[in-house]
Design a protein around this ligand. Structure first.
Ligand code: NAD
Length: 327
């Protein structure tokens, strides 16, 4: 099958070239959007990532170009207008799970670094500064961790935090029995915000969860609590979080995703003028750690993404049952 890959980075090419045996792939660095959609001409499928924009207009243009398949090489599909895709008879496939451990462990890495300030210690030592002043952290043991969304990633994350000796409470629209058996207690959201020392987000972005973290529930959180978002940027109302950091209500913020990330993340902008004032403000706080959507970025996950995406495309081409279809 001829496939146009959008938003590709060197590591995408490396892993897909390693596992691709029969498809004709054209790689583009560019994001898929209204301006770039014509690049898909001559292909039968597009393969896209988290920040490609497949809205009504783009999907209709893709259809006109003869595209029959959208193969997402990620789990989340909030960037695809599924209603339009369905009405156009286009198939959308995804990689529902590619090492939930990768993302869950990255959430833990953010917590550990924010708490014990290892990034600051590393820089201090390199400059010959062996002082411990202002590096005080806290024991995770005995702290209450609130997990919002206890699906594949939330389950792994909650289990790791139980291993630290934390009390884990959770909120989800559906309960996870395995976690309940391990001692996780489900509570309503206000209780979770009120009792947690650390809140970690692992639910999808949709109309119910958009700006789930806003001024009202930041006010319900324990003063000085830590918030970690490795899920999707749109879960957080960024100006509200900046305000909570400024007034000390929020003690720490770890974020691997950002609502306006599509213009920033995955690019080297070190020689550019960054126009996004909100990210610049966030970057200026000493108690904020930002990573550029790297939660998934492990060898195991990249292998899984490439092999499952290619298998999805094979299944479609050969008319087999589509296990990973997005309905
Ligand atoms: P999943 O579908 O297994 O779990 C999501 C959970 O959220 C489910 O248990 C679901 O019931 C719950 N949920 C749905 N609506 C909710 C609501 N309104 N309130 C609370 N919970 C709700 O998904 P997953 O594989 O665990 O992934 C979770 C999210 O992580 C994805 O949606 C994606 O946005 C994000 N993600 C980020 C990265 C990264 O690199 N940072 C990588 C993969 C996935």
């Amino acid at each position: 099958m001829r496939i146009a890959f959008f938003s590709t980075q060197p590591y995408d090419r490396q892993y897909f070239n390693r596992y691709n045996e029969k498809h004709e792939i054209t790689y583009f660095d560019l994001r898929l959007n209204e301006q770039t959609v014509n690049l898909a001409a001559g292909n039968e499928a597009v393969c896209v990532f988290v920040n490609d924009k497949l809205d009504e207009k783009v999907l209709k243009q893709l259809k006109e170009l003869g595209i029959r398949l959208v193969a997402l090489r990620c789990a989340g599909y909030n960037n695809v207008d599924l209603i339009t895709a369905r009405s156009l008879g286009m198939t959308v496939l995804r990689v529902p799970a590619y090492s939930p451990h990768a993302v869950a462990e990255h959430a833990v890495a953010l917590i550990m670094a924010l708490n014990r300030k290892t990034h600051k210690a590393y820089n201090r030592i390199r400059e010959g500064n062996f002082s411990l002043d202002k590096l005080t952290g806290f024991d995770l043991y005995g702290k209450t961790v609130g997990v919002i969304g206890t699906g594949k990633i939330g389950e792994v994350f909650a289990s790791i935090m139980l291993g630290f000796g934390c009390r884990v409470i959770a909120y989800d629209v559906a309960r996870n029995r395995l976690l309940e058996e391990k001692g996780v207690e489900y509570v309503e959201l206000p209780v979770l915000f009120n009792q947690s020392d650390i809140v970690s987000l692992h639910c999808p972005l949709n109309s119910h969860t958009h700006h789930l973290i806003n001024a009202a529930n930041l006010g319900q959180m324990k003063k000085g609590a830590m918030l970690v978002n490795t899920s999707r940027g749109g879960l957080i109302d960024t100006p509200a979080v900046i305000e909570a950091l400024k007034n000390g209500q929020l003690g720490y913020l770890g974020m691997d995703v950002y609502e306006q990330e599509e213009k920033l993340f995955f690019y080297n902008l070190s020689e550019e003028i960054i126009e996004d004032d909100q990210i610049l403000r966030l970057m200026s706080f000493p108690n904020v750690m930002i990573t550029a959507h790297q939660g998934f970025f492990t060898d195991e996950a990249l292998t899984q993404i490439a092999t499952v995406t290619l298998r999805n495309i094979d299944d479609f081409e050969e008319g087999r049952e589509l296990e990973n279809r997005v309905e």
